[in-house]
Design a protein around this ligand. Structure first.
Ligand code: GH3
Ligand code: MG
Ligand code: MG
Ligand code: MG
Length: 327
């Protein structure tokens, strides 16, 4: 059990002995001071629940001690009960309260009153300690909650990333592309702006896999994805993996001419990877074919028109010998 500390201050040691014998409580540790200065020094060394303070003392009197304690942030909240010999005039008593006392005791001390008052302040002190403990607990909980919240936000970000990305290439996935595609269609419809789409397919990729194996095929797909990303310059141009070895690119506010430029850049960029594909004649390199389509959406546009036109043109590019685009 930790003892509660009370400071008793009186210039006459025999008075301190009287106080000590009256209080006589195992739960209370009494610290004694016989001068104002010694009292102030003690308040800095201990954590007191209460100070019983003699008024009349040579040198620094009780009022002065009380005032100085009120000026120090470490001691200003310690309750002070003045212990005074005479039946003071009202003005003197008010002065005591002004200097920061919370109560008065008169000598000779009545044991019942002394114990009663000490009991009240000790209870207040214990409540204060409990409240402080709870406040620290609450602060700790708050910190934990803030940490959890941060973890949750990070997890959410990761989940969003996972749900919008393709695992192999890191490009946008088909599901997310479909969302963007609808949004861009609506946006173009609202603004009357041109919207373009590229559908891309790796040439003779089955043969590539057959020659080098699926893992090497995967790496080739990643390289193609990078090359496609490198070929778009604006952040509104989005590249997605449409499935297998097919990719799709959406180009807002872009007319057919602009889309053809991007298509040609992509074709060149993939060719420039110089990935060997012995069964891909005549270059002997990995190549792509592209279908390009553009539209200024009208209110009654079929959602899939742009895609189906791009698909037909991709098919035309394949028929034209691959490693080319058709628009
Ligand atoms: P074409 O030029 O007409 O497009 O011929 P192709 O061989 O590329 O077309 P096909 O549709 O016959 O074959 C596509 C191949 O792409 C078959 C499939 O194994 C491969 N493929 C699809 N997805 C992946 C993948 O994630 N990794 C690997 N390594 N191969 C894939
Ligand atoms: Mg005195
Ligand atoms: Mg295909
Ligand atoms: Mg293919």
């Amino acid at each position: 059990m930790t003892q509660i500390k009370i400071l008793i201050v009186d210039d006459r040691p025999e008075n301190l002995l009287v106080l000590e014998s009256l209080i006589d409580n195992a739960e209370i540790e009494l610290v004694k001071a016989t001068s104002g200065n010694a009292a102030l020094a003690a308040t800095l060394d201990h954590d007191f629940a209460l100070v019983l303070l003699d008024v009349q003392m040579p040198g620094m009197d009780g009022y002065e001690v009380a005032e100085l304690m009120r000026c120090n942030k470490n001691t200003k909240n310690i309750p002070i009960i003045f212990v005074t010999a005479e039946h003071k005039e009202k003005a003197q008593i008010f002065k005591g309260y002004d200097s920061g006392a919370v109560d008065y005791l008169f000598k000779p001390l009545e044991p019942v009153i002394l114990k009663g008052k000490i009991g009240v302040f000790l209870e207040l002190y214990q409540h204060k300690e409990e409240l402080e403990k709870k406040s620290i607990e609450l602060d700790n909980r708050l910190c934990e909650l803030e940490e959890l919240q941060q973890q949750l936000e990070e997890t959410n970000e990761q989940l969003t990333l996972l749900s919008t990305r393709d695992g192999l290439t890191g490009l946008l996935n088909r599901r997310y592309f479909d969302e963007i595609y609808q949004e861009e269609l609506q946006r173009s419809l609202r603004l009357g702006s041109e919207l373009s789409l590229l559908l891309i397919d790796v040439d003779n990729f089955k043969a590539y896999n057959d020659s080098f194996g699926h893992l090497v095929g995967d790496n080739a797909l990643k390289a193609v994805a990078n090359a496609l990303c490198k070929s778009v310059k604006r952040h509104v141009d989005r590249v997605a993996r449409y499935g297998g070895e097919e990719f799709v690119v959406i180009l807002p506010d872009t007319d057919l001419k602009g889309a053809e430029h991007v298509a040609e850049r992509m074709r060149n960029e993939v060719l420039g990877l110089q990935v060997s594909h012995p069964r891909n004649k005549p270059q002997g390199l990995l190549t792509i074919s592209l279908g390009v389509s553009s539209v200024i959406p009208k209110a009654d546009i079929e959602l899939n028109t742009l895609l189906s036109v791009a698909d037909a043109r991709l098919y035309a590019a394949k028929n034209a010998g691959r490693n080319c685009w058709r628009s």
